[in-house]
Design a binder for this molecule. Structure first.
Ligand code: UDX
Length: 429
């Protein structure tokens, strides 16, 4: 099939490259000249394992190309995926202006039937807005369909999540659209859930909100574990063996960040409010998540007393491992809280330091975990990067002013640290 992708960010670029890998001819379009120029030179705009190699191979085979020209994209494609950003507005609602702009430009340009597919995470009833917007801009009066095909891509696993999905959701309003999208995704061999457009839009927000709820639930349980000497990892293990609960997304820690959970929770909550329902549960999920950040600083204060004048070493700045993304990363708020109290922060992250330098200018960036520990009054782990699992703890102890480790991701084993004389504080253990 001839496919156009409008918006070449974390979702659009992965979608385009994977569809090209599946044998389709794909044009990835973006308004950013800089991003498109870099992509033409095979330079990725963000770190995502496997993506650079995939883009390299499919562009070399001539199945993936890049442009800033929407007309070229629309004219050359049968199916158009809208993958533009839908960031949060002030009050938490999703900003859909890019979706409207893409819909209008597609409608103005299309010279024959097109299937327009919303893949960006959008509030329920956006499909209706896209249809009305396209009808108003449909200069040539050609037929078209709108569909919803939400993405469930985790950063750091996006290529694998696209090629091996748990399920594909397609929200359609015509048999033609259903057949097109079913044929497109059939080779992946995953269950294809066919719904109306509104249900597909809700599946996305509800899925992310539920996953965030699981995380806040175990984080709330971790507080009880800390007060009773229980071990939240054991609790999660015991809970997770129940097939109805499942072990995934029961990892207590400093909380969720990223471009999706915080944004989708707010958006879903506002959608409910606008529809006249106060989704209190989601507000509590957000509150618990926020509190995890301040609870970590409290643990540090309980060990160091005054933070003013102290030096705190932080390992991990990205919101999760295997990404350079710091959107809503717990590290941002935690560093700001520490610096506001007069502490000096040193930090190391395997991939996110270039991103961090644009956000956290006062941090002293280090070349590795040992330089970070050198002269620090305590070491704090905020992202569970694999390379932090194998630290030379004896060496870390000699470098730290005080042998204190606050493990915001329960990455290390207290039985490895406490016998060496460390004060170890995890989350819920
Ligand atoms: C998420 C959804 O998983 C994905 O389906 C959706 O398309 C995009 O948003 P992502 O944000 O990339 O993906 O990462 P994910 O692995 O889901 O983690 C999200 C956040 O939750 C991270 O900050 C992570 O550290 C945190 N998390 C995850 C926990 O704190 N505990 C857990 O048990 C799992």
């Amino acid at each position: 099939m001839e496919i156009g992708v409008v918006g070449s960010g974390h979702v659009g670029l992965v979608t385009g490259a994977c569809l090209a890998e599946m044998g389709h001819r794909v044009i990835c379009m973006d308004d950013s000249e800089e991003k498109i120029e870099k992509l033409r030179e095979r330079l990725m705009p963000f770190y995502e394992p496997e993506l650079a190699e995939l883009v390299e191979s499919v562009t070399r085979e001539g199945r993936l190309s890049f442009t800033t020209d929407i007309e070229e994209t629309v004219k050359a494609s049968d199916v158009l995926f809208i993958c533009v950003g839908t960031p949060s507005k002030e009050g938490g609602e999703a900003d859909l202006s890019a979706v409207e702009k893409a819909s209008t430009r597609i409608a103005e340009t299309m010279d024959d039937y097109r299937l327009v597919v919303e893949k960006s995470t959008v509030p329920v009833q956006t499909g209706g807005w896209i249809r009305r917007t396209m009808e108003a801009a449909n200069r040539r009066g050609v037929p078209f369909d709108v569909a919803c095909n939400p993405e469930f891509l985790r950063e750091g696993l996006a290529v694998s999540d696209f090629m091996h999905p748990d399920r594909v959701v397609i929200g359609v309003e015509s048999k033609r659209a259903e057949e097109t999208l079913t044929n497109l995704y059939l080779p992946l061999g995953a269950p294809i859930i066919v719904t109306d457009i509104e249900s597909a839009e809700i599946i996305k927000h509800a899925s992310n909100s539920f996953l965030a709820t699981k995380i806040s639930f175990i984080n709330a349980v971790s507080v009880i574990c800390e007060k009773t000497g229980a071990d939240v990892l054991k609790v999660a293990e015991g809970m997770g063996c129940d097939g109805r609960i499942g072990r995934q997304f029961l990892d207590a820690g400093v909380g969720f960040g990223g471009s999706c959970f915080p944004k989708d929770l707010k958006a879903f909550s506002r959608i409910a409010e606008n529809l006249g329902y106060d989704f209190k549960l989601l507000k509590e999920v957000e509150r618990i998540n926020q509190e995890q950040r301040t609870r970590l600083v409290k643990k540090l204060r309980a060990e160091l007393w005054n933070l003013k004048g102290k030096t705190v070493g932080i390992l991990g700045l990205s919101y999760k491992p295997d990404t350079d993304d710091m959107r809503s990363a717990p590290a941002i708020e935690i560093v700001e809280l520490l610096e506001r109290e007069g502490a000096t922060v040193r930090a190391y992250d395997p991939k996110a330091m270039d991103t961090a330098k644009k956000i956290l200018q006062k941090v002293q960036y280090c070349k590795d975990p040992y330089e970070t520990a050198d002269g620090s009054d305590a070491l704090v782990i905020l992202t569970e990067w694999e390379e932090f699992r194998g630290l030379d703890l004896a060496k870390i102890k000699t470098l730290l002013k005080k042998a204190i480790v606050i493990d915001g991701r329960n990455l290390l084993d207290p039985d490895d640290l406490r016998p060496l004389g460390f004060v170890y504080k995890g989350v819920g253990r």
